[in-house]
Ligand binder design. Sequence first.
Ligand code: NAD
Length: 279
Amino acid sequence: MPKLQGRRVAITGGAQGIGRSIGEALIAAGARVALGDIQEALVKQAAAELGGGTTGYHVDVTDAVNFETFLDRATDDLGGLDVLVNNAGIMPIGPFLEESPNVTRRTVEIDVLGVMTGTRLAGTRFAKSGAGHIVNIASVMGTLASPNAATYCASKYAVVGFSAALRQEWRGTGVKISAICPGFVRTDLIAGMSAPGPLERFLVVNPEDVAAAVVAELVKGSSRTVFVPKLVGLVSRGTATLPAPVVDAAFRLSGGNKVTAELDHEKRASYQARIENQE
Ligand code: NAD
C-alpha cells in the first residue's frame, strides 16, 4: 500500500518548481492532488502532465475569496481535503533601498499573508473535522538572514514563527502544521544566482529533495520545522547560539553573502520580470 494512499492534497504555486515536484511525489506516494497557481495555462498543463486525476486551477493566494474558491474546487474534485501545502512564493534579490515598494508589498502579500490566508481557510475546515495537515514552504532564509534579501528573509522568518506558534496552539487538536526550510533549490527562483563550490555542495538541492521531505513529514504526521538538507538545520541551530558578529563573519568567510550579492542579471531578468509584473 503506498504511504499516502487516498490522501487529498491542495498545493499552491503548483505550476512549476518545488510545488509541481511536491505534487509528483505525493501522487507517487498514493495521494490525489489539486494544483493552484497564478500562471493558469502552466498549472493546467502541469496537472495534465502529472495525471492521476490531478486538476489545475488559477489562484492568486493574495485574494482570500479566490483562495477559498480554489479550496472548494479542490475539495469537490478530491471528495474532501486532508492537506494544504502553502508553497506559492516569490524572492526579490537586491539592495533593500533599491527595491520598489510595490515588490516589497507584493512579497509580503504572497509569502506571508498568502500563507496566513491559506492556513486560516484550510485550518478552519480541518478544525471542524479534527484532522488535517498544513505544510508551509519556508526557507533556510527564515532562520539565517542574508544580505540583499531583506524582504524575503523577513517573510520567511514570519512563516517559520507563524508555523511554530500554531504548532503549539493546535497541539492535541488533530490538526498538524509543519514548516519546511530548504536551502537553495534548483528552480527559476534562484535564476542568475550561484554559490561558491563548497557552499553549493552544502546548500543546493533539487526540488525532488524538498518534495521527499514533504512526503516524509506527511507520513510521519508530525508538526515540525524541517530543513532540507538536514545539515542546513544543524548549522542554523548552531549559529543561533553564537554572537551576531561571529555569525556575520562566518557568513562572509563561507562566501554566503556572495550568493545574493553577485547576481547574473541577464540570467535573472525573466524571473525578475515575472515577479514584478504578475499583478
Ligand atoms: P518557482 O518560481 O519555480 O515557483 C513558484 C510558483 O509560485 C510559481 O509557479 C508561481 O507562478 C507561483 N506563484 C507566485 N505568486 C503566486 C500567487 N500570488 N498566487 C499563486 N501562485 C503564485 O519557485 P520555487 O523555487 O518552486 O518556490 C516555491 C516555494 O519554495 C516558495 O515559497 C519559495 O520561497 C520556497 N523556497 C524556494 C527555494 C529555492 O531556492 N528555489 C528555497 C527555499 C524556499
